[in-house]
Design a protein around this ligand. Structure first.
Ligand code: ADP
Length: 256
């Protein structure tokens, strides 16, 4: 495979997915599609069901209620093919802090059967893409939260997925780091053709050109282009009117 190969096109489809924890319904007939190369924000307050959906998308949980297609591969029937096309950034930090940035990515590449020159080229390209190539030899422990997150995003690109999932990726970061990361990931969709699903409870992480899926109490309440949905209102006011729940613009109590 040439080292310049881009991400193969492929979107994400979630169809009529439901999930219960015992008697508690966490997701109730959730459905939406993200076209190849689009950035979609999954916006919902705490408890909306975002993490549950991510657990289903990454097959930590399974359900018989509904279907999930990743770049056309059915996640239940062809999990290996579907998962191979998916990059994931979990909410919790998952780097080995005692390894260097490059070692963290090399280990991940090896898990995907990549080694030698091919792995090195892909790692270099991913670190360049996230503008952290100059930190490759440093231990993850020495990086700030924003750079660690960028490393995790770079790591999620090494196997060249077509769909990138991020579960509240800016939690715990200051405003500048949050802005840098949202900008990087928007560019991965716009310039590299990645299909992105970005879960958040913060309205200022969603821009007018984004696809917006509003999740509330396990249901999709709205789905469309953010600018068209909100009309003349702020996204926060639109969200309040649609769900009856507040969605903060930024981290409560966090840096401005
Ligand atoms: P979000 O990620 O949007 O905050 P979650 O997916 O964590 O939402 O939660 C969705 C719903 O499922 C909430 O009502 C939550 O209380 C419930 N829930 C989440 N995890 C569990 C669990 N392990 N056991 C029981 N209920 C859960």
């Amino acid at each position: 495979m040439p080292d310049t190969a881009s991400h193969e096109p492929g979107g994400l489809a979630v169809r009529d997915v439901s999930f219960r924890y015992g008697s508690r319904t966490a997701l109730d007939g959730v459905g939406f599609e993200v076209a190849p190369g689009r950035f979609a924000a999954l916006l919902g307050p705490n408890g909306a069901g975002k993490s549950t959906l991510f657990s289903l998308l990454t097959r930590l949980f399974t359900t018989r209620d509904g279907r999930i297609l990743v770049a056309g591969h059915d996640l239940s029937r062809h999990p290996r093919a579907a998962l191979a096309r998916m990059g994931v950034v979990f909410q919790s930090q998952t780097l080995d802090l005692d390894l260097t940035i490059r070692q963290n990515l090399s280990y991940f590449a090896a898990l995907h059967g990549l080694s030698g020159r091919e792995a090195a080229l892909r790692i270099d390209a991913a670190l360049e893409r996230l503008a952290i190539a100059d930190r490759a030899g440093e231990k993850a422990r020495n990086l700030n939260g924003g750079h660690r997150r960028r490393t995790e995003i770079a790591r999620a690109l090494v196997h060249r997925p077509s769909v990138l999932l991020l579960d509240e990726p800016t939690v715990g970061l200051d405003a500048a780091a949050r802005a840098a990361i949202t900008d990087h990931v928007h560019r991965l969709a716009a310039e590299d053709g990645l299909t992105v699903l970005w879960a958040t409870h913060l309205t200022d992480e969603v821009t007018d050109g984004d696809r917006l899926v509003v999740l509330h109490r396990g249901r999709v309440l709205a789905d469309g282009e953010c600018g068209a949905l909100r009309g003349g209102r702020s996204l926060r006011d639109y969200f309040l009117a649609t769900t009856g729940a507040d969605a903060p613009e930024a981290v409560p109590g966090g840096p401005a």
